[in-house]
Design a protein around this ligand. Structure first.
Ligand code: ATP
Length: 327
């Protein structure tokens, strides 16, 4: 294996609470193993621009509790071009970097594998995305915090929904996966949940909502994942309003949006991110590359980055039955 003296760490794609705890663990574990660390600001975009900062144990003091990412994150179209990746490689070589740790989602890992194939840098990934949609780990960094934020907000909305006997459509994040929606529907006591993994039938949904609202004359919460088949909460609202059967229903929409990304990471996310950051440096020292550090059944495990995006992590359909049973 090539010499390993100096590593670079970056955060990329959508930010997720707990990324800082992961960066802290990467930096401190590297330092404990006599490795130098360079932080890359703004993910692949910063790599192309040579936006680097020297890091040591002290530069990650007091960040374990912070949301967002002190290294900042970005989406980089230039990194999708071979010229962009060439420039990034030149900058890293000039900075004396031998290997990389990237914290991000599947797009970040796709870029990483391509970069490794073209320029040879060993790369380890840590799964940082609130959507929890990555194969190879039971949970991703940021998911638990986002889920708790969503539930906290559903609780608040339920108070006002109940006071006025309203129907609320609450949209939560999840373009391709319903992990947040499904779990916050159970935890928030929602009457119904719509997720991307299921086939949506508008007439069936309307019937179920009308039964809930008219038969029981009470408030109802429907949790809608943003990537749900019918187009999310706003599209559903239009469909409901166009139907005269809904005329007597006091219908409101709340899109939680970026609130779910922010805030201090939960204890669970801090611990998960710390374990993954340590695992990433250990994996580099052991000579691994193109793998993601995950935690499966409580154990740190490595999974090839390729399988992270080529294999799908399924939701637990038993939980879907649970929302119906408990509503
Ligand atoms: P999130 O799940 O939060 O969206 P992500 O890591 O999947 O996180 P992306 O925007 O998909 O976020 O990817 C991050 C960056 O990785 C992109 O902006 C781009 O620079 C790089 N990237 C993604 N896919 C590729 C690819 N196929 N080839 C080269 N680079 C890529």
């Amino acid at each position: 294996m090539a010499e390993l003296n100096r590593i670079a760490v970056y955060t990329s794609g959508g930010d997720a609470p707990g990324m800082n705890a992961c960066v802290r663990a990467v930096v401190r574990t590297a330092v404990a193993n006599d490795l130098d660390v360079v932080g890359v600001r703004r993910g692949y975009e910063g790599m192309i621009e040579g936006d680097f900062v020297e890091m040591d144990g002290r530069s990650v003091s007091n960040i374990v509790q912070l949301g967002g990412t002190i290294l900042k994150s970005a989406r980089s179209d230039r990194f999708r071009t071979s010229e962009g990746r060439m420039q990034a490689a030149e900058n890293l070589r000039k900075a004396g970097v031998d290997a990389l740790v990237g914290v991000g989602g599947d797009g970040t890992f796709r870029g990483a594998v391509l970069f490794h194939e073209e320029h040879g840098f060993p790369i380890i990934g840590c799964p940082g995305t609130i959507d929890n949609d990555l194969f190879g780990t039971d949970e991703t960094i940021g998911y638990d915090t986002a889920l708790n934020t969503a539930i906290e907000n559903i609780d608040r909305i339920r108070d006002t929904a109940d006071a006025h006997d309203r129907l609320f459509l609450i949209e939560v994040m999840g373009r391709d996966a319903g992990f947040i929606a499904l779990n916050c529907a159970i935890g928030g006591g929602a009457e119904m949940v719509l997720i991307p993994e299921t086939i949506a039938n508008l007439d069936d949904i309307k019937d179920r909502v009308l039964t809930l609202m008219l038969a029981q004359t009470r408030s109802s919460i429907v949790v809608v994942a943003e990537g749900e088949e019918l187009g999310g909460a706003a599209a559903l609202e239009s469909a409901f309003r166009a139907d005269p059967s809904f005329d007597s229903i006091d219908l409101r929409v709340c899109i939680l949006g970026h609130i779910q990304r922010g805030g201090a990471p939960s204890a669970r996310d801090r611990v998960l991110a710390s374990r993954m950051g340590v695992g990433a440096i250990e994996a580099l020292i052991e000579g691994h590359t193109n793998v993601m550090v995950g935690v499966q059944n409580g154990e740190v495990r490595l999974t090839t980055m390729r399988s992270v995006w080529s294999r799908k992590k399924n939701i637990n359909f038993e939980l879907l039955k649970l929302t119906q049973l408990l509503s």
